[in-house]
Ligand binder design. Structure first.
Ligand code: BES
Ligand code: MN
Ligand code: ZN
Length: 513
């Protein structure tokens, strides 16, 4: 829950009074498990009976007994969570994922048991420093504890479980480092949860105006600069893409811009996120089945704005500007029509063959404007852009395309570190040919084949030669790979990838080039 209190302490596990006390358990290669001495006899028994194996996310619940021969744990319940076998050569990214996964399992069990307070004995996880274990475990617990309750009126006669009030991490070692790690994890998880909230709020609630309000509040809180371009500004600037998409909607469009500047002048990374608060397809109307999911078509915008929250808190040495073009795509009587030709901010003309290919139209203006105005060292855009990326990669990888190997690799690394894997698809002149138009510079669809690539090829026209990467999150923004720390619904995808990218940022391009 929003207000979960985190406590890091060197207290003994036996003295914890929480609703649930958790020990993590590494599956032994052979012989007896290495774990808390007091618990070992109980666990051995459960293993002998085959009730517990210690496999990843396997659980064993125990109820402390303080009488003769028992051990006087003060907690209400004890849970042992399996971490599986940790390979000696396991890389740190997979160890991080194990911690998040265990954290998610803990949160799920807490919900099942209606345990509002939990203490976790910080495990040793291969070669990971305790600080990192604490970071990823905290991340997993807070991400796994997320529920969207805004529109649930309380059920009568039943005491609803409202999530975790308190999470305690028990550590024998360096309390200060563990606390630092845990807080870092909490910032990332809370930001991703905020992105999930934005996505869960439906089209009649989370409108372009809400995006603008969120950015203004964040700017105030974090001392960042905010600019909201209104419809009249877009008209003055000639942003024909977002204006065309907005024509069929009663909700005013917003171009939301947040600027984080470090103390010492530095290069600027530009982030652009698609903020389509509802995509009906417009005149090229989508089928009714599943259309409600198009309230999630703003997840790219949610990722960049919530990443900015963490950037504002942590104040890294690199500048970051985030732009969210926000509008609905509706089929009102003034709506853009198939065959219409529009003029983008850059002056490039585009034939609108399908009004449902609207994401690239609003991103084109934002990219061209952002690059001209902020002279970034590189640009990253995120968008639920194409159904085709689901055909290509399913729900297990975000698609990434780009014109710069180093930038793409940095993002792939940050994604792997965050448990949000990316997979690269190609670009090239053969694909760009598919969006040539007979009557305008380009057209907004490239035919049946390679839909994710031709959508990216459209964006590429607005990039010029700047290092650029495009993340198509249509397959991962919701229905993302089932994980203990990803509840059903929007995943808050790529908020943490962006955060980790910026946390690790080094001068770009690096000197290797
Ligand atoms: N927002 C959709 C893409 C989408 C589809 C995201 C399914 C998540 C799940 C996008 O605006 C869209 O409609 N794209 C079209 C493009 C086509 C008309 C060229 C698509 O993918 O069908
Ligand atoms: Mn669409
Ligand atoms: Zn869309």
């Amino acid at each position: 829950m929003e207000t979960t209190k985190l406590t890091i302490t060197a207290k003994k596990s036996i003295d914890c009074r929480e609703d649930l006390l958790v020990f993590c358990f590494e599956q032994p290669e052979k012989g007896l498990p290495a774990c808390d001495e007091l618990l070992q006899p109980l666990i051995v028994k459960a293993i002998e009976l085959g009730d517990f194996t210690g496999k990843m996310n396997d659980i064993l619940l125990l109820y402390p007994y303080g009488g003769a021969g028992g051990v006087a744990f003060a907690a209400k319940r004890i849970m042992i969570v399996g971490m599986g076998k940790l390979a000696v050569d396991a890389d740190s990214d997979s160890l991080r994922e194990i911690c998040r996964s265990v954290g998610g399992t803990i949160a799920r069990q807490c919900e099942k048991l209606k345990a509002a307070t939990v203490a976790v004995s910080l495990p040793v996880v291969g070669s990971l420093p305790p600080e990192t274990v604490a970071e990823c475990l905290t991340e997993g617990v807070l991400l796994g504890d997320y529920r969207f309750r805004k529109y649930k009126t309380e059920e009568k006669n039943e005491k609803p479980y409202l999530g975790l009030k308190k999470v305690v991490l028990l550590t024998q070692g360096a309390v200060a480092q563990v606390r630092r790690g845990s807080e870092r994890g909490a910032r990332a998880a809370k930001a991703a949860n905020a992105a999930r909230d934005m996505a869960n709020r439906p089209g009649n609630d989370w409108t372009p105006t809400r995006f603008a309000e969120y950015a203004c509040a964040l700017a105030e809180e974090m001392a960042m600069k905010v600019t909201i371009l209104e419809k009249a500004d877009m008209e003055r600037l000639g942003m024909g893409g977002i204006l065309a998409v907005n024509r069929g909607s009663a909700e005013p469009p917003k171009m939301v811009i947040l600027e984080y500047r470090p103390e010492k002048p530095a290069e600027t990374v530009l982030l652009v996120g698609k903020g389509l608060t509802f995509d009906s397809g417009g005149v090229s109307l989508k089928p009714a089945a599943g259309m409600e999911d198009m309230k999630y078509d703003m997840c790219g915008g949610a990722a960049v704005l919530t990443a900015m929250r963490v950037i504002g808190q942590e104040r890294p040495g690199v500048g970051v500007v985030a732009i969210v073009p926000a509008t609905e795509n509706m089929g009102g009587s003034a709506a853009v029509k198939p065959g219409d030709i529009i003029v983008h901010y850059s002056g490039i003309t585009s034939e609108i063959v399908n009004t449902d290919a609207e994401g690239r139209m609003i991103l084109a203006d934002a990219l061209a404007y952002g690059i001209e105005k902020y002279s970034p060292c590189c640009v990253i855009d995120l968008a639920t852009l194409t159904g085709a990326v689901i055909v290509a990669l399913g729900h297990h990888h975000t698609g990434i395309l780009g014109n710069n190997d180093e930038l793409v690799e940095r993002l792939i690394d940050a994604g792997r570190m965050s448990g949000e894997p990316l997979w690269r698809l190609p670009l090239g002149p053969d694909y760009s040919k598919q969006i040539e138009s007979e009557v305008a510079d380009i057209k907004n669809t490239g035919g049946k084949s390679a839909g994710t690539i031709t959508a990216a090829a459209y964006l590429q026209k607005f990039i010029k030669e700047i290092p650029w990467a495009h993340l198509d999150i249509a397959g991962t923004a919701w229905e993302f790979t089932e994980k203990s720390y990803i509840p059903k619904g929007p995943a808050g995808i790529c908020t943490r990838t962006l955060v980790n990218l910026v946390r690790k940022w080094q001068k770009f391009p690096s000197d290797r080039n």
